[in-house]
Design a binder for this molecule. Structure first.
Ligand code: AMP
Ligand code: MG
Length: 895
């Protein structure tokens, strides 16, 4: 007894678990009952659970070939075709599976087993063909893509393509419903023995089969009532409770109904890494399967951001001696669910994977199809139930075909199918380790899978060198990727005079042409010179009333020329403006005035502000005292680090917060715009956005710094009825407003450029805008107020589709896509967008806590003091470096 216990301990973990399971069963039920035995007196045979599912799938889609099991090999040498055919027929005599077809009786499928079945080898002679090899390849592809009719036996097809007298391609194609991977090994083994026997005239050494597949199917049906299955079912129910689908970032929109079009990407593992992995197995008492699976699950976690990762894995289902030698569909699928919560070390994860795997092996008898039936996961035709990603490790040495006098050479062609979103299949042949990714080509681009494969190997290397790393921070990106993503794509540096201020850029234009028109509203218009003089008067007066550097001045004005005068006046006085919307309820105005600590208010109306108003200097924009001031420039020295404005954003949650922007940040935006748009494009800019939103900074100050006209409208929809409509060359607005303008057909032919920002933009709108002949450029611009209006931009193509890209960072701006652990994610993988560079706000006014929460030290910058802003937006890099906007983090389950 003790000795046998020791022997058990020496077994591999899987075997150990199985052994215990079998012992357990023996104790409960007595060995005789647990295995299938030859049936007697039964004339209609049910299908096994696995067969029933395939039968059903075939009923739904008779032409589908994703459950074909093709096999091809090149045979060089003298081939005895009659002996080969005899061998096949002997195999068909031995195995009922090769004589089985499936018919339905009263809507229920049954297996029909022909007493005898002749298998023919179809020989296709292409000797003398111009290019026999490529012809053979196309014949093979055709054969593999031919469906089976399940009602007609045999469900195996055998073909020889003769390319030359002694050069054949040998094709075997079976339907999965009568076969599986293990069965192919059985078939090959029997072929080897029988062929040898037939050509040498010796009797074949093959023992009789104890049972047939139908016996197994019957047995399975009967025993599913037993408590063994009950126990297994309750185990799985508990294990798989509350499982959510794995959401990997896809390259295409997931089709509503899953198709099985697929592609392969093969790779090999270096011998050094192979050795390293085996060392980990030894150290952690784990199998190679467990190490590879734990790494694969880490990869899936890093790619999806999900911590609850379920992966399917096939299991041979041959753990009873009676079924070992059969051809038939025994394969079962296990769901290996691992919880990566709490950022475990890899070694800890491995321990968990080990337990998960052993638990699964010990409960492997329950057919997966039965499990799905019992668990009833939410019906979803777009993906497979319970798991979407498969992992396979082939480690039993595959039987090789050996036909005497014939040399065998590999001749494989891709089956071009993928039953799952993704599968990682690896082959362990001791000396070498290789594998391939198989993926649904409706979902993934080849480049994505190639990157994923590289990252898988990166992870393997990392865990081989240190298996105690936390899984969230194991290096995933290659050095080249780091260089490209973090540095090359962020190399946006452009030099400009950072000591300038918003108004000094405007004043430069005044010097260049004081007579040019600067602001046009419905009521009036002013030249650059006049605008400057009026702003100077206000600035002087504000100054007299105590406004200086860092003073906040509330601006409560209707849209019009006065509003622009006022903004410039506040800046020229050295202060910072705080826009207040006349539409806001008084309580909100009071809140903002108190919260911001506003010193002075410039307005055009009477407002009662209660307590908040008592300390406030109130000025009427059109007042005699201002008129009396000199129109000469004050010449206040401005430090670029001084505040220019504070804009309140409501944010998705919580109280409104004041985003404090310095001249330096606004000047950075203006300089980028000046380098990106021409004076012609900016010659007439529609200013339709409320000054309470920072799109207005572009509309007003970018325009005035390039000598253009600011054409003021109450809102964008007013455009067609504006007196100056025909002078508008650029519209800068949100997509929803633009869509409305388009609906009303209100775009004057003078408009050449459309800037869309603030909301996700759809390709369909872009296409519609470009249909207007005069339109030359449509831009998608992205940015939070905290990064001064725009952070990234993209020039749209005429044929944009779906949700369009938000492009690349503007000048002197950096973008980082990071996961929850702050690690940069690979191209294509979703993460949170972080922004850095000259546009970053000083922070939230009077809210150091909130500022510290959203503005973090920049870990990628070498300059001390540099910060990053955490946007809360979910994005991903497209392969070329453009950003894809996905949504808000707080609306996603994942992050
Ligand atoms: P705000 O700070 O009010 O300007 O709002 C900024 C937010 O609007 C960003 O964080 C995004 O969520 C969203 N946003 C701005 N521009 C775009 C854009 N071009 N595409 C998609 N979302 C955008
Ligand atoms: Mg914005």
């Amino acid at each position: 007894m003790k000795e046998s216990a020791e022997r058990i301990e020496r077994l591999s973990p899987q075997k150990r678990a199985l052994f215990r399971l079998l012992l357990d069963e023996k104790r409960r039920k007595g060995a005789a009952q647990i295995s299938p035995s030859p049936r007697s007196g039964v004339d209609s045979y049910p299908l096994s659970f696995a067969q029933q599912k395939l039968w059903f799938l075939n009923l739904l889609e008779p032409g589908d070939v994703s459950y074909n099991l093709p096999f091809s090999i090149r045979l060089k040498g003298r081939l005895d075709i009659p002996a080969l055919e005899l061998s096949f027929n002997e195999i068909a005599r031995r195995h009922e599976s090769l004589r089985t077809s499936f018919i339905s009786i009263n809507g229920r499928p049954v297996q029909v087993i022909a007493p005898a079945q002749t298998l023919k080898i179809e020989v296709l002679d292409i000797v003398g063909s111009v290019d026999p090899l490529s012809e053979a390849i196309s014949v093979t592809a055709e054969e593999f893509a031919r469906p089976f009719d399940l009602t007609i036996a045999p469900l195996i097809r055998i073909k020889l393509v003769r390319m030359a007298e002694q050069d054949h391609i040998f094709l075997i194609n079976m339907h999965h419903i009568i076969s599986d991977g293990w069965s192919v090994g059985v078939l090959v083994n029997e072929l080897n023995i029988l062929y040898e026997a037939f050509i040498s005239g010796r009797p074949p050494l093959l023992t009789d089969l104890p049972v047939q597949y139908a016996d197994f199917a019957l047995w399975q049906r009967e025993h599913l009532q037993d408590d063994l299955f009950e126990r297994q079912l309750s185990y799985w129910k508990e294990r798989l409770e509350g499982l959510c689908p794995l959401e990997l970032a896809l390259d295409q929109v997931r089709p509503a109904i899953q198709r099985s079009r697929g592609l392969h990407h093969p790779f090999t593992i270096s011998s050094k890494l192979n050795a390293g992995l085996r060392e980990i197995c030894r150290r952690h008492d784990a199998t190679l399967f467990m190490v590879l699976l734990a790494t694969f699950q880490t990869l899936l976690y890093r790619y999806s951001g999900q911590q609850d990762i379920a992966v399917g894995t096939p299991i041979a289902g041959r753990n009873r001696r009676e079924t070992e030698g059969l051809i038939g569909f025994f394969l079962n699928t296990l769901v290996l669910r691992t919880n990566l919560n709490g950022d475990p070390r890899f070694s800890e994860l491995l321990q968990q994977v080990r337990e998960v795997a052993l638990g699964a092996y010990a409960h492997q008898e329950l057919p997966f199809e039965k499990l799905v039936e019992e668990l009833r996961p939410q019906r979803d035709t777009s993906r497979t139930p319970l798991f979407q990603v498969m992992f396979v490790l082939h480690n039993a040495p595959q039987r090789r075909l050996e036909l005497s006098g014939v040399n065998l050479e590999p001749f494989g062609i891709d089956s071009k199918t993928s039953l799952f979103d993704l599968m990682l299949a690896m082959t362990d042949s001791q000396e070498s380790l290789s594998g391939y990714f198989e993926y649904n080509s409706d979902l993934f681009e080849p480049q994505t899978i190639i990157r994923m494969q590289r990252h898988f190997v990166r992870l393997l290397e990392a865990v081989a060198s240190d298996s105690h790393q936390r899984i969230s921070t194991i290096a995933l990106l290659t050095e080249e990727e780091v260089k490209l993503i973090l540095y090359q794509w962020n190399d946006t540096r452009r030099d400009y005079d950072i000591e300038q201020s918003i108004h000094s850029l405007f004043e430069e234009q005044v010097r260049r042409g004081a007579g040019a028109r600067a602001v046009i509203s419905e009521a009036e218009e002013v030249t650059y010179g006049e605008l400057d003089r009026r702003a100077n008067r206000l600035a002087r007066h504000l100054r007299r009333r105590g406004v200086g550097k860092e003073s906040l001045v509330g601006v409560l004005l209707e849209r019009g020329v006065d509003l622009v005068v006022c903004l410039l006046g506040v800046l020229k006085a050295g202060g910072a403006y705080v826009p207040l919307d006349p539409e806001y309820p008084v309580e909100r105005l009071e809140y903002m005035i108190r919260e911001a600590g506003i010193k002075a208010l410039v307005t055009d109306r009477e407002v009662e502000l209660g307590d908040a108003g008592s300390q406030l200097v109130k000025l009427k924009i059109r007042s005699e005292e201002i008129e009396r001031e000199s129109s000469q420039s004050l010449g206040v020295e401005i430090d670029a680090e001084n505040l220019a404005y504070v804009i309140y954003t409501s944010g998705s949650t919580g109280k409104p917060k004041g985003v404090a922007i310095t001249h330096r940040s606004a000047v950075a935006l203006i300089q980028w715009a000046n380098g990106t748009f021409t004076a012609e494009q900016l010659s007439g800019v529609l200013a339709s956005t409320s000054v309470c939103f920072d799109l207005s900074v572009f509309e007003i100050f970018v325009t005035l710094s390039l000598g253009g006209k600011v054409i003021i409208a109450e809102n964008a929809l007013q455009l067609p009825s504006l007196p100056a409509a025909q002078e508008v060359t650029l519209i800068n607005t949100v997509p929803s407003a633009m869509a409305e303008i388009m609906r009303q057909g209100g775009i004057p032919p003078s408009v050449k450029t459309v800037n869309l920002a603030g909301e996700a933009l759809k390709g369909s709108l872009v296409q519609k805008i470009y249909l207007k002949e005069a339109i030359e450029q449509v831009y998608n611009l992205y940015g939070p107020s905290e990064d001064t209006t725009y952070s990234t931009f993209a020039l749209m193509k005429r044929d944009e589709r779906g949700q369009v890209s938000i492009g690349r960072p503007i000048w002197n701006t950096q973008v980082y896509v990071l996961d929850r652990a702050g690690q940069p994610v690979p191209v294509g993988v979703c993460g949170e967008l972080y922004l850095g560079g000259d546009g970053l706000a000083r922070g939230y006014l009077g809210r150091p806590d909130l500022t510290a929460d959203r503005f973090l030290p920049d870990p990628f910058s070498r300059r001390p003091g540099d910060r990053l802003y955490r946007t809360g937006d979910l994005v991903r890099f497209l392969p070329g470096g453009d950003l894809d906007f996905i949504g808000r983090c707080d609306q996603q389950v994942k992050l």
